[in-house]
Ligand binder design. Structure first.
Ligand code: SF4
Length: 287
């Protein structure tokens, strides 16, 4: 049996930095809160929680006003303002790629553009970025959101439109949506700016997943059940290889399903720790 492991599998640099700095902070500063799960991975969250990190969902839960970590996904402008008002020091571990999108949408908002933010509506990164878009914006997750968004844009009477995208969104889907937007609005909007803000780490990982899944007869995607970038890797692989599974832990692998396979591919999402990948490799090799 041959095993193909994705070179881009596992922590991206944004997540790696956030996890390392969180551990460093908890060791050096003691009592610390983290707004939301540090990464979409139960194993990593548990490890950091066991070190003493308090995970909170809202800033108000930080009643003792201890230092609070902002994870790689980033937060809305309101959170920065609220922390300031309440004298809570933020340790901002927002990935630089996400900060770049905050800056882009803020700049275009100031230039009076309407903003289409393409992304998963309930994803914390999208919610955070939306908080920098001002009043005139729409979130577009799929084709079904287009008509309503176009109506809101026309109602706003804005002449210019910026389209930005969540860092971990599917490139194919983004290109498909922007083509429709450009085509539908070419006669109505003076200027349409497209900012492809999908991060390179995501793009490369998705491309590698596409390539590997075409060569294998079984594909394993490792990542948290609530990790949006992992879900996208699964969708990409499943198109090419019907025998694709998405797992959080090696324990979910049915040995019987892999023992007769010739080539097995392994890929992991941006929030999957190396230890989870190693466990899967070990199991596959010993089957
Ligand atoms: S996927 Fe990209 S944007 Fe998101 S944390 Fe990783 S490096 Fe940053």
């Amino acid at each position: 049996m041959e095993l193909i492991l994705g070179k881009t599998a596992g922590f991206c640099y944004g997540v790696k930095t956030a996890v390392e700095k969180s551990i460093e902070t908890i060791k050096n500063n003691g009592s610390t809160c983290c707004l939301g799960e540090i990464v979409h991975n139960k194993k990593v969250v548990k490890e950091i929680k066991d070190m003493g990190m308090h995970f909170i969902d809202k800033l108000e839960e930080n009643t003792e006003k201890v230092n609070t970590i902002i994870r790689a996904h980033g937060v809305s402008k309101k959170i920065y303002d609220d922390a300031d008002k309440n004298n809570i020091k933020l340790i901002d571990l927002t990935c630089p790629n996400v900060l770049k999108i905050h800056k882009i949408v803020s700049d275009y908002k100031e230039k009076d553009y309407y903003i289409f933010l393409i992304g998963t509506k309930l994803h914390p990164e999208t919610i955070g970025t939306a908080g920098f878009c001002g009043e005139h914006f729409s979130i577009i997750e799929d084709q079904g959101d287009l008509q309503k968004s176009i109506e809101s844009l026309k109602k706003s009477k804005k002449e210019n439109l910026l389209v930005a995208v969540q860092t971990t969104f599917s490139l194919d889907k983004f290109l498909m949506l922007t083509d429709i937007i450009k085509n539908d609005l070419k006669n109505d909007i003076k200027n349409i700016e497209i900012a492809n803000t999908i991060c390179n780490a995501t793009k490369t990982r998705q491309e590698e997943t596409e390539q590997i899944s075409k060569k294998v007869d079984y594909m394993i995607i490792i990542g948290g059940k609530n990790s949006s970038n992992t879900k996208k890797l699964y969708e990409i692989a499943k198109k090419n290889c019907n025998n694709t599974i998405c797992i959080e832990s090696y324990k979910e692998i049915e040995k019987n399903n892999i023992k007769d396979k010739n080539i097995i591919g392994i890929m992991a999402g941006a929030s999957t720790p190396q230890s989870s990948i190693d466990e899967v490799i070990e199991l596959v090799k010993n089957t």
